[in-house]
Structures are given as C-alpha cells and as structure tokens.
Design a protein around this ligand. Sequence first.
Ligand code: ZN
Length: 626
Amino acid sequence: MRHTKFFQRVFTISSFSVVSALLLIPGSVAAQAVAEKEAPVATEAASPEQESWQVNEATLRQVSYDIKYMSSDEMGGRQPGTPGIKMCEDFIVEEYKKAGLKPLADGTYFQELEVGATRTVDKEASALFLKGPNDAEVKLELGKDFQQLICRKDFDLKNDLVFVGYGISADEHNYNEYAGVDVEGKIVVLIRFEPQGDDPNSVFDGTETSRHASGSSKVTAARRAKAAGILMVNDAKSAANADELIQPDRFPTNSLPIAQIKRSVLDEVLKSSPLTIPTGQKLDSVKAIEAQIDSNLEPISQPLEGWTAEFKSKFVQETTKTNNIVGIIEGEGPNADETIIIGAHYDHLGMGAYGSRAGGRREIHNGADDNATGTAAVIELARRFNAREEKPGRRMVFICFTAEEMGLLGAFHYCQNPIYPLEKTAAMVNFDMIGWLRNNELTLYSLNSSKELDPVFETANKGFNFKLKKPASGGGSDQIPFNQKDVPNVFIHTGTTAVYHTPEDDFEALDCEGALKVIDYSEKVLDGLVSLKSKPTFGTPKPFRLGVMLDDANDVVTIEGVTEGSVAEKAGLQKGDIILEVDGKPLTKRRELSLITRRDAGKTVKFKLKRGDSEVMLNVLLKTGQ
Ligand SMILES: [Zn+2]
C-alpha cells in the first residue's frame, strides 16, 4: 500500500506500526491489540490461596468511562499547551471536586509550571527568495510555496543553488551525488527519498526504503560536503498527494537550514536553467530528472546556472504554562503529618511531534494506556479514600503530573517545589500504563527503594494473586525524581506494549477490568501504607554479600578467601573449602552462588563442603547484621 510506504519513509527509524495504523487491517497492530483483548488470556490455575477478587460492574463502568473520555480524540493526545490537555485538566479538577478533595492553599488544585514545549518558525522573520538569469525572480510564500523546517539556529543565507539529485552519498553502492560538484557554502537542491523506489532490483534495498532515503542521512551528506543549506522537493510519489508540504517540526534538532519547496517552483527554475546530461540532452523538469536518474543510476549533480537563493529564518521557543493537579486528604493520628503521594501523569504526545514511535505520523496519540489508565487510578482512589468515614493514618496527596513525556518535568517540578516536605513523605506510588494486564502479571518497579514496602505489597496481594514482578532497576516514569530525593517509591505497571507511543494506543485495545483489578489491589496497598507504624526508610537494600572469593576452574567451586567479619566467616566457611552443594544442588560455577545469594537473600541455606578429606555441612543465614 503506497500510502503506508510514504509514512514509512518520513525521516523515521521504526515503522512497523505504520502499516497497522490504518484502520483495523487484519494482522495489523490495532487488530492484534483488539484480538489480544478478546482472546481469552490463559491464566495459570489460581494458587492454593483462592483468588477472590470480584469485578464491581458499576465501578468498572465509571473507570472505563473516565479512561475512554481522557483518551478520546477530543483530548487530542493531551500535549501540554494544547486545548486537549486543558479539557483533561478540567475533567480531573471536576472529579477532584466531586470526590471532595481539599485544594491547595490558593484554593485551586493547580501547581503551575512552565515548560519549553515547542519551538516554532518566526513567520515574520522567515523568507525564501530565488533570483535567476535575466533578472528572473521567484518570491515564495511561507506555508504555500515553501515550508521552513525548524532547525537549531536562526540563519540568514544568500548563495548559489546547486542541484544534487537525491542528495545521496552511498559509496557502498558506488553512487555519490556530491562527487565532482562543489557545494561548499552553497545551497543544495535535492529530491526527497531515493531513486528507483519501485525497482525490486534497485541497490537501494529494492522497493524497500533504504537508510539513504532518510532526511537525517541527507543532512549528514550535505553537511559533510560543507553545504550551507538545503532546499528539498517531494519525490514524484509523495507529490502525488497534492505535493503536500511537510510539518515544520519534522526534525527540530538538525543544525542545517532546510526548507521544502513545491516541485512546481523547481520546475520553474529548471525551465530557465535546465540540467545538461552527458548526452547533451536538457532536463527541464523534476519529473524528467527522476526518470533520467532512475534509468541508469548515474548522478547528474550540477549548479542551477544563474540561480541564487536568499534564505533566512528565526525560531522562537514558546514556553507553555501547564499544571500538576494536586488534591489532598488530610490524615489523622500520630502520623498525620506524614504524606503519601499517589501519582500518575495525565499528559501524552498530542499529534506525535516528539516521543512517538509511529514514524513521524502526525495523528492523535490517544494515550489510553499511557496514561489515561494511571490517571483514572488516581481519581478512583481519591474518590474511595475520601468517601470513607475515618480519615487515613497519613495525609494522602493525589497528583496528576503534567509533562512526563517531556522528561518527567511535572514530577521534577514538584520535587523541587514540594507542597509537603519530602523528608516527611513516607512513600510515592506511581501509576503509569496499567491497561494491559496479561497473565495476571503486575510489575512493581523500584519496590526495593525501601525494605518496608515489599511486605505491604505482598500482603495486599491476598485474593488478587498477581504475579508480582520486582525488577531491581528501571522503569522510566514519575517516581524517578522522588527516588532521587530519597523518597520510598514504587511504579505500578502492567508492561510495555506494541502500541506504546503510537496512535494505536486506544481505549478499544485496553483491558479495563484488569486496570480496575490493579486499582482495587492498590487500594489495599494504600491501606497498608497509611497505617504503617513507622515511616518506611529509604535505601535500596545493599545487595547481600556472602563475603567469599571463589575460583571455579574445572567446575570445582573453591573458596579462595573469606572476608573478615563477613557472613561467610561467621557461618564458618573457610579458605580452601570446596562447595559441593547448596541446598542439595551441586554447584559448579561461582555465578550460581551469587544467583542463590540474591534469590534467597534473608533465608538459611545448607552448604555441603569438602574440607580436606572430610565433608562438612553448614547452615548459612544469607542475611547481614546477624
Ligand atoms: Zn507514561
């Protein structure tokens, strides 16, 4: 399908979702997502402890409605600075009010921050003017005849135009359009993508799109040839669609001034300065040039005789005001002045200008899983805790963070401007993407940020029987700024998905029942956290060290040394001992022991040793401080 091929080649890296994005094509990601949702997920037999969790239909309807509304097209993908995120803000505030949450001291629920959301082209300061032989002049209108692309620096160029075909430098294919032509300090004119796009035998990956078609490799080739700027036109295929001008923010980090001009503009230039090819034939249209290059894959780069361009632009950084949305339930009792933060980000990628994995497609990234589900969890938990008769044992602060997709900016802002002291913040629980529960597996990142947290999460799991995955590290979300401030924190997550950061992250692909199960479980977790006697201590527990140096030559694990005062020394392990078995399992590699000490940290294991001619059995408690 053509259409898809066009998107695939828009200066992108991954494109697998492109094909799938268009409607629910059988086998497409969206179709697969829906199929996954419909297909019964094989769950292992419930553990002996009966899974007693029951879905509450009324709550499921409410939570599903919240998620659906926040991920609706109306919300436009909730990018900071857009009307869509404003709508989402209003919705969350409305729900906070309905739940009866206390606002901030200024009576609002807003903690405002400024984010440098976007850089835009300063239309007044941008112009492109072509001058040709016989006083020919072509004045171009921004957004109509040409599109200025955002680049890193303002610029003001005036120089000759040199045509360089597709602007490809592919020595491995013996095809270099910069060879034999001087473009230093000049403005090169090139065709987007690559020649022979429909030729299965083309050296440029046949009909597939090769790396040479990407904008970034053309910028690199032009920069290497010391060109001062680029004017590019759509190739015949992408021009088929009304020769559309692409979005200015296609690749804002690029340093070389680039603009796209309409093919008709270049045709006008070629009329007065056609290209001459070795046969003496004149080529006076882009179409003729494409046909020529496709025919023999011979570069025909040459100056556009007599043509110069005056090309300038400025870029403005528009900062955007956006809000963390903060609602409070005061605590009661001895720990009332301690705070538990329940958080989730409510922003997402908008039309995919940044962070998208959909290959430059400018479509609504609905962000149903990421993170309308987490936001719905914060709202629902706020409703429940504030509806209770008794107040919680600690203050509960519900925060919907903004600008997470821009670099956790909302969470960093809160940690730099905490509403309640971070030293008195007992824990931060972060929800991000809880809409794809599979095989009852729930991931708890950063649970090891405090040793008092694990038992709370395990105890709460009674009746839910989640398979709790506890990665020792990782999980790029809003708990990170809190971790950096030594606040015990956990990131609750149902795992990444094929539709992550694509326009296909839609409500229809979600498992809302699974999300509700996570919310119900988290209510139990929070019950545990607000009623903990003492404030959890921060500190990822130091990985357990047995205190032995080992050698495992010939698969015989020998103790080469025992650290003074270590658990090993206290347990009676000695230099020269050969470890035959641990808990009845033969040991042949030293790494097996470090796996055991990590897996069974805190437990007692039985060592079978060969010491001299005799065998010794030792029980070793894999715990420090004993
Ligand atoms: Zn997220």
